[in-house]
Ligand binder design. Structure first.
Ligand SMILES: Cc1ncc(COP(=O)(O)O)c(C=O)c1O
Length: 366
């Protein structure tokens, strides 16, 4: 049966699939009395490191902290200067910028070419910088050529993988194993989402892993010894347990998201609605399926009347936010156009063919 309204995303049926397992997990953790760290966190970290193909995974409280901790750890290790200049794509969520500021560093925002950072964009940066944070926006992996460029120039590159859990490149390398270190968010709406805030860092560099783990836990090297100025940003055992329950489903869910995107690209036909290019599907787990329209309000209202919920990623780019005044004068035409015209269509694993047909019909009738 087709529901009268298809919400942009409804987490209730999504999480219902794991309800039995989650209750069992809750009871088990409740019974252990071990409510910070411990075997559930270790078990998830090992499972997720192995899933990504990285040597280490360090659980954190959220994705923003994961990014910030990586940068702070690199300073502690002497791999980045204290006020490092970090190239960051303008087309991202504000968290990427904030992590740089929270680490006491300076964002060097650059425009994107179509959606993500490219080697061409990096070649045009006209000032010196110390490192790059790439962002797998909407679930699409940043092109291999960006990593090749960073390697060639010996510039450390980190990745904001908050939206790309499980994405694989052409060489079979997964998100979380492409950059020197990657930062995941398990915010509930993500492709791998917890039942609250959660995040993780993956890396195959042992020193970086040890330092990140220490910074996430008050800068401790052992119980009463604090070598670094750390923070409290630990993955909660309950969230770790819920994530363990969801990890085996991730690939199937991601596959379904890609099928949905392919369906949209094949069937959406409306001159007033620009679709992402064919290239969009490549190396992508489609966290977000974007379309672009001239009059966003009119389009969103039309879909709403047709019983289709939508979202926007995002309305205002970080460099135009009041909180980031220092960058307000900068202009990034590609990013600004994306942010003015983007509408996200429903794209989640539980959508049926009938749901998709209803969305297509409504978009094509606009
Ligand atoms: C691209 C990007 N980076 C970073 C974050 C921050 O993650 P969190 O909300 O878990 O701190 C998010 C999620 O909101 C995100 O989408």
């Amino acid at each position: 049966m087709i529901p009268s309204y298809i919400p942009y995303l409804d987490l209730q049926p999504h999480n219902k699939r794991f309800a039995q397992q989650d209750l069992k997990t809750f009871k088990e953790i409740h019974a252990t009395g071990k409510l910070i760290g411990g075997e559930w966190v270790n078990k998830f970290e090992n499972a997720y490191a192995s899933y990504c193909g990285a040597s280490h995974c360090i659980g954190t409280a959220n994705g923003l902290d994961a990014l910030t901790i990586i940068l702070k750890a690199e300073v502690a290790l002497g791999n980045l200067p204290e006020k490092a200049k970090i190239v960051v794509p303008a087309h991202t969520y504000i968290a990427t910028f904030l992590s740089i500021l929270h680490a006491g560093m300076q964002p060097v925002p650059v425009d994107v070419e179509e959606l993500t950072l490219t080697a061409q964009v990096l070649r045009q940066v006209d000032q010196s910088y110390d490192a790059i944070i790439a962002v797998d926006i909407y679930g699409k992996l940043v092109d291999d050529e960006v990593y090749a460029y960073a390697r060639e120039k010996s510039i450390p590159i980190y990745c904001d993988t908050a939206q790309s859990h499980g994405a694989v490149n052409d060489r079979g390398v997964k998100s979380g194993n492409l950059a020197r270190a990657s930062a995941f968010s398990f915010y509930p709406t993500k492709n791998l989402g917890a039942l609250g805030d959660a995040g993780a860092i993956t890396t195959s560099d042992e020193d970086l892993a040890i330092t990140c783990r220490s910074i996430a836990n008050y800068g401790r090297s052992s119980r009463f010894v604090n070598d670094l100025v750390g923070i409290n940003s630990r993955l909660d055992p309950l969230q770790a347990g819920f994530l363990i329950n969801r990890l085996p489903q991730l690939d199937t869910d991601n596959q379904r998201r890609v099928e949905i995107a392919k369906f949209y690209i094949k069937h959406l036909q409306n001159n007033k609605v620009r679709l992402p290019s064919e290239h969009f599907i490549k190396n992508n787990v489609v966290h977000v399926f974007p379309v672009y329209v001239g009059d966003r309000k009119l389009f969103v209202d039309h879909l709403d009347q047709e019983g289709i919920g939508t979202s926007v990623h995002y309305e205002v780019p970080p460099h135009q936010q009041k909180a980031l005044k220092q960058w307000n004068h900068l202009r990034f035409p590609v990013t600004e156009k994306l942010h003015c015209t983007e509408v996200s269509l429903p794209c989640h694993p539980l959508m049926t063919l009938e749901h998709l047909q209803k969305v297509v019909q409504a978009v094509n009738a606009y």
